[in-house]
Design a binder for this molecule. Structure first.
Ligand code: PMP
Length: 403
């Protein structure tokens, strides 16, 4: 074997540790809709409290109908790359609508958000340096590795450290600062204004991955860049349809010249089959819902606030998140796994997260969607309280463990 699977950390190792504790957390399958509030797993109905379908749009009637109609009209696949015979009117329409929505001149859609980020590798020439926040998504790390330039990681959210690294870059090098908007595991957010200022000082471009914030943050729902008022000052925004848009696919949006360059040079765009009709039509319909039903966004944010506050009242510190991604940290995988299993037995299915998704320790990542309501929120909190009491977590004088 060329690669020893146990030489490096990986989810399989987490799985092995958990198996030893009788926990089976990964690749659990359901034949029911994962966009709803509940799903059936092994014949049991459990509440889904870990989906990225933040607005619950994957089961929204208009979104489902759009996907079905597009499939009937256009088939199940485009059978090729965008550059050749795989471009539909639907792709163009989606790109125009997204560019406007994201406050950008132009956009290009890709088959997944992962590929949208990989496309950034085309920007990195041999003398360039990419500066990545230490916690950026795996796809951005892969993009930097694929590019020709050098890669520097600045400490998470630490703009002063970014400045130091920018200052130390060789004179004349092209510089690309890359960050997530809302970070996928901890749910904290980047200070895009401060990053823009630092980037400007050192002649760097700024790319923001809005995978988790597009559709969720900002008064129009256009994401963190809108929220921070820097929509017109980012060099590229990348995003995905697999979260708030209830579909699958990705997007890169920005000045027309940047988007045109990527369209013709990024291999993940050129050499991969295009987004199928159903996914493109679903994303378009989702965009319409995002623009016309802001109450969904409000509900998701309200439920998140209730979840944060409820968990904090129980002694779980969910900081630094104040977003719909709600982290509950544990010192190690065994402790997190025991808690996950307790919640699962109580009928609440959360995400159990360990390395390589986070650098150390383990956590549960909870999310509620617009398809949940206050009763569901109360159910999650009751389950957390009951499991916490049983396991003695967190240890507080007013929350004694029950034997
Ligand atoms: N960026 C971030 C921050 C993500 O969390 C994800 C998905 N987990 C992606 C990009 C990739 O998106 P997709 O699922 O569309 O490939």
């Amino acid at each position: 074997m060329i690669v020893d699977p146990f030489a490096k950390g990986g989810l399989h190792q987490a799985e092995a540790i958990l198996k030893a504790h009788g926990v089976d957390a990964y690749f659990r399958s359901t034949a029911t809709r994962t966009g709803d509030s509940h799903a059936v797993i092994d014949g049991r109905t459990v509440m889904l409290a870990g989906s990225n379908d933040y607005l619950g749009l994957s089961t929204h009637p208009a979104v489902v109908e759009a996907a079905v109609t597009a499939t009937r009209r256009l088939g199940t696949s485009v059978g090729g790359s965008r550059a050749l015979t795989g471009t539909l009117d639907l792709h163009g329409e989606l790109e125009e609508r997204l560019a406007t929505f994201l406050g950008q001149e132009a956009a290009v859609v890709t088959t997944t958000g992962f590929q949208a980020n990989l496309a950034l590798s085309a920007l990195l020439g041999r003398s360039d340096v990419a500066f990545l926040d230490a916690r950026v998504h795996a796809s951005l790390i892969e993009a930097a590795r694929l590019g020709w330039g050098r890669v520097r990681r600045y400490r998470h959210l630490d703009v002063a450290h970014l400045r130091e690294l920018l200052a130390a870059a060789p004179a004349g090098s092209g510089r690309l600062v890359v960050t997530d908007g809302m970070f996928s595991m901890d749910g904290d957010v980047a200070d895009l204004r401060a990053l823009r200022e630092a980037a400007d000082e050192y002649g760097a471009k700024l790319v923001v991955d809005a995978a988790h914030d597009m559709g969720v943050l900002g008064s129009r729902g256009a994401g963190l860049a809108e929220h921070c008022g820097v929509e017109d000052r980012v060099d590229l925004i990348t995003g995905t349809f697999s979260k708030a848009f209830g579909s699958i696919g990705g997007v890169l949006a920005g000045p027309a010249s940047n988007v045109r360059y990527l369209r013709y040079n990024a291999r993940p765009i050129l050499f991969s089959a295009a987004l199928p009709p159903a996914s493109a039509a679903a994303a378009l319909a989702a965009l319409t819902v995002i623009e016309t039903e802001p109450e969904r966004r409000t509900r998701t944010l309200d439920l998140a606030e209730g979840l944060h506050n409820g968990l904090r009242a129980l002694g779980f510190d969910t900081r630094p998140s104040a977003t719909p991604i709600v982290p509950v940290r544990f010192p190690d995988l065994a402790a997190a796994g025991a808690f996950w299993a307790g919640l699962f037995r109580a009928g609440v299915f959360t995400n159990l997260v360990a390395a390589p998704a986070i650098p150390a320790g383990a956590m549960l990542r909870l999310t509620l969607t617009a398809n949940h309501d206050e009763t569901h929120l109360a159910t999650v909190l009751e389950a957390v309280e009951a499991v916490g009491r049983r396991l003695g977590v967190p240890r507080r004088p007013d929350l004694p463990p029950v034997s």
